[in-house]
Design a protein. Structure first.
Length: 161
């Protein structure tokens, strides 16, 4: 059985603007514009009730046929996880597909995505912080749905305290 998860979208696919949810004010805030000539390759947001290793909500990408908008909640299936090394910390980025979208029927693991789509996601993580002078990040590859489910379980345990 594939794990299901709700993702709150902060940044729509194709955007160069980075928005973050401000929990104390209950609103989306503009954070910054990506400094490169590239855009987010998927809707990007977080999983409510799950903390990443940076003690912030666990990041997730939702592969969409059309972008949504900041603040929308999308019911998804986990298909994998991308790993980033940021300083001394290894950070997970869940990869999801939307429930009920026929374009992703039968996609339950990273292997169900096209080679090009996997390469495009990897390329984004290779370069998205490259022009940020205050941040050094390197991509450490990806794993499939089972690894993503473990990451989600651990993140929910961190959030529970």
């Amino acid at each position: 059985m594939t794990d299901r998860v709700d993702v709150v979208v902060e940044i729509p696919w194709g955007s160069r603007n980075k928005y973050e949810y401000d929990e104390s004010a209950g609103v989306m805030r503009f954070d910054r514009r990506l400094p490169g000539s590239f855009a987010f390759p998927a809707d990007y947001g977080f999983v409510p009730g799950a903390l990443g290793t940076d003690d912030e909500p666990l990041d997730a990408l939702v592969l969409m046929v059309e972008p949504t908008f900041p603040g929308v909640r999308v019911s998804c299936r986990l298909v994998g996880v991308f790993w980033l090394r940021i300083g001394e910390r290894r950070e997970a980025k869940l990869v999801c597909v939307p429930e009920g979208d026929p374009a992703y029927d039968g996609v339950d693991d990273m292997s169900g995505l096209s080679r090009h789509q996997r390469a495009e996601l990897g390329n984004f993580f290779d370069i998205y912080r490259s022009l940020d002078p205050d941040s050094e990040a390197t991509s450490e590859g990806s794993e499939g749905a089972e690894a993503a489910a473990r990451v989600l379980t651990q993140a929910r345990q961190r959030a529970a305290g």
